[in-house]
Design a protein around this ligand. Structure first.
Ligand code: HEC
Ligand code: HEC
Ligand code: HEC
Ligand code: HEC
Ligand code: HEC
Ligand code: HEC
Ligand code: HEC
Ligand code: HEC
Ligand code: HEC
Ligand code: HEC
Ligand code: HEC
Ligand code: HEC
Length: 305
């Protein structure tokens, strides 16, 4: 039995040698064909219009790689999937499938199809290595994103800053789940008025509310310098009325000019009026401005209106 296999081996070696010789010879002749001397090229070019193009044998043709169009002729469902839902994956098939049609039973599927990490690395860090568990269809990676309840387990990991803010600044929003506000689909941004249907100030869009309430820490109220008095008046009616009714110079000022930046901040009179009266006078009244001027929104001197 052994001699037989040796004989077969010899035959195989001889056969291979013949084939290799054949290939090398063929390649040499092809190279000669594709690189004609300079002079010959010129005559060929000038004669082109005169003589009809020479028929090329089927095994002398230059074979070009398949185009996406040609892949699509057989793989139409994949093609239309990318066309309709592919998003930024509308690139040539062969940019991802550098090799294809190599799978056969026994071979691992993961070895024949492209790997996401070749182009994207670990897009969301090492905690999320299994791309297709969320991007279910590689040809439509965003469109095929899994349902919110699956993603909900990872909100905190991918968006740690929002989580941190909600935890650090306790408010009623801390008790609301991310996906209760960001419902329907991943990335959805809710309107405040979905839940606050009668807000204390007229609603135009979220940015109006967000100017005072950072949504993930809504009680850290930092209002802008442009805030109109009527916004504050919505809650501080009495104070606002006093200010409007007094005709002293404070009534021309914005609430936020004095109560700058942060809700609840109360300034000292001397922040703006450093030396309003003589030292002797102020010492006598223990620097109590209100004893004579009354409260700052009305500024009524005793005995005056
Ligand atoms: C962004 C990269 C990417 C592009 C572009 C791409 N593919 Fe794929 N394709 C993949 C990956 C990854 C898989 C393996 C998915 C899996 O493991 O199930 C795959 C799987 C396939 C499969 C086998 C599974 C199936 O869905 O039928 C076919 C066929 C295929 N691709 C054809 C194409 C064709 C044709 C094109 C172009 C029209 C194309 N692909 C474009 C990445 C790509
Ligand atoms: C003449 C038809 C035809 C053309 C053209 C064609 N395919 Fe295929 N392809 C098939 C068939 C048949 C299969 C095996 C059955 C199946 O999975 O649909 C296949 C399987 C695949 C697979 C599965 C995994 C593998 O590698 O075996 C991929 C990926 C793939 N083709 C990609 C491509 C890409 C990319 C192109 C264009 C560059 C292309 N095909 C062009 C017919 C074609
Ligand atoms: C050959 C390289 C390549 C491979 C492999 C690849 N991608 Fe992409 N992917 C791209 C390119 C290019 C973009 C567009 C990038 C851009 O414009 O910012 C992209 C964009 C994306 C996007 C954003 C799509 C959008 O419409 O906004 C997602 C999600 C994505 N890829 C996921 C994947 C996943 C999951 C895999 C594996 C199944 C994968 N990619 C494999 C090249 C690739
Ligand atoms: C736990 C689910 C999950 C896993 C696992 C996952 N992704 Fe994503 N990926 C997402 C979500 C959610 C988005 C945001 C989609 C959007 O823009 O709405 C996203 C976006 C992307 C984007 C677009 C980039 C951007 O900043 O907009 C790329 C690229 C991407 N993923 C690649 C990958 C790759 C590569 C892997 C595997 C290594 C992977 N993803 C694993 C959920 C996931
Ligand atoms: C695997 C990572 C990943 C997971 C899990 C994930 N996201 Fe995202 N998310 C992203 C990426 C990437 C983007 C797009 C890039 C960006 O704006 O940061 C995004 C965008 C968003 C946006 C839109 C941001 C904007 O400015 O428009 C919101 C809102 C959002 N995610 C909320 C959530 C919520 C809520 C969850 C949990 C239910 C969640 N995400 C789970 C990665 C993830
Ligand atoms: C009470 C409702 C609510 C809760 C709870 C909530 N969000 Fe938001 N989130 C919003 C609103 C509203 C916006 C901003 C919308 C806009 O800009 O108009 C937003 C914006 C975002 C953005 C975009 C970037 C930014 O900070 O503006 C991301 C990402 C985000 N949220 C993630 C999360 C995550 C993760 C959680 C849970 C840890 C969460 N959100 C909890 C309502 C909420
Ligand atoms: C999905 C529902 C939801 C959305 C959207 C939402 N909130 Fe709330 N918010 C609540 C709940 C529930 C409470 C607690 C009960 C209440 O005051 O109505 C709350 C309370 C508040 C509070 C008081 C916080 C406290 O601890 O007393 C403020 C301020 C607030 N929200 C502002 C906003 C702003 C601004 C937006 C938009 C950027 C917004 N909310 C969007 C559900 C929501
Ligand atoms: C000029 C700043 C400012 C703007 C703009 C603003 N708020 Fe407020 N909001 C406040 C202040 C200040 C409070 C009171 C906080 C406290 O009780 O200490 C408050 C309280 C709240 C509360 C708690 C319940 C209540 O009514 O007392 C909710 C809910 C709320 N705001 C929602 C909104 C919404 C929705 C918008 C947008 C339509 C909005 N706010 C716009 C400053 C503002
Ligand atoms: C939604 C209602 C609401 C709005 C709008 C509002 N406030 Fe208030 N404000 C309150 C409540 C309730 C308190 C008392 C509880 C507290 O101290 O937080 C208060 C307290 C104050 C205090 C007194 C703090 C102290 O120590 O006595 C000042 C000053 C103040 N607000 C200024 C303003 C200014 C300026 C605006 C407009 C930019 C404004 N508020 C808008 C509800 C509101
Ligand atoms: C000229 C500066 C100035 C302006 C303008 C001003 N305030 Fe004040 N406000 C003060 C000072 C100073 C105090 C502290 C008075 C005290 O010590 O009793 C105060 C106290 C308050 C208080 C808490 C005590 C109280 O009287 O209830 C509230 C609320 C308040 N201001 C709201 C407002 C609102 C609303 C506006 C605009 C309509 C406004 N203020 C305009 C300087 C100002
Ligand atoms: C944030 C700055 C600021 C604070 C705090 C402040 N004021 Fe004034 N005050 C002003 C300005 C500005 C004027 C107008 C000056 C002008 O037009 O000449 C003014 C004017 C006045 C006047 C003159 C009124 C008139 O109609 O002639 C009096 C009195 C006065 N302030 C008293 C006070 C007292 C008392 C306090 C503390 C309770 C106080 N102010 C706090 C800024 C401030
Ligand atoms: C003994 C009573 C008294 C005390 C205490 C007092 N004032 Fe006056 N102040 C007056 C009188 C009277 C005027 C002049 C009439 C007027 O303009 O209201 C005046 C005027 C002012 C003016 C306007 C000056 C101008 O040039 O128009 C300012 C500003 C002022 N006071 C600030 C203060 C401040 C700040 C304090 C506390 C540190 C204070 N006052 C304490 C009685 C007093």
């Amino acid at each position: 039995m052994k001699w037989l296999s040796i004989k077969w081996q010899k035959l195989l070696v001889v056969g291979l040698l013949v084939i290799i010789y054949g290939c090398v010879a063929a390649q040499e002749s092809r190279q000669q064909e594709s690189k004609p001397p300079a002079a010959a090229t010129q005559t060929a070019a000038t004669n082109q219009s005169a003589a009809p193009a020479k028929e090329v044998g089927i095994y002398e043709q230059e074979i070009k790689p398949l185009t996406t169009y040609q892949c699509a002729q057989c793989h139409y469902p994949v093609y239309s999937d990318i066309r309709d839902n592919g998003g930024k994956h509308k690139i040539d098939c062969t940019e991802c499938h550098e090799t294809f049609h190599t799978w056969k039973p026994g071979k691992k599927w993961s070895e024949v199809v492209p790997k996401c990490v070749t182009c994207h690395d670990l897009a969301h860090g090492p905690a999320f290595p299994k791309c297709l568990t969320c991007h279910a269809d590689p040809h439509a990676p965003i469109h095929s994103l899994v349902k919110l309840d699956v993603l909900a387990k990872g909100c905190d990991q991918c968006h740690p800053s929002q989580k941190k803010e909600l935890t650090k600044f306790k408010s009623a929003h801390t008790e609301v789940a991310c996906s209760e506000c960001h419902h329907t689909r991943h990335g959805y941004l809710p309107k405040c008025t979905e839940c606050h249907d009668t807000p204390h100030t007229p609603y135009t869009d979220n940015s109006g509310c967000l100017a005072c309430h950072p949504v993930h820490s809504p009680l850290e109220i930092n209002y802008p310098k442009t805030t109109q008095n009527q916004v504050c008046a919505g809650c501080h009616e009495v104070v606002a009325k006093k200010l409007i009714d007094s005709h002293r110079k404070h009534s021309k000022l914005q609430c936020v000019f004095c109560h700058a930046d942060r809700h609840g901040y109360v300034p000292q009179c001397t922040k703006c009026h450093s030396q309003p009266h003589s030292k002797a006078m102020l010492d006598r009244f223990k620097h109590d401005c209100k004893a004579c001027h009354g409260e700052p929104h009305a500024l009524i001197l005793p005995g005056h209106k």
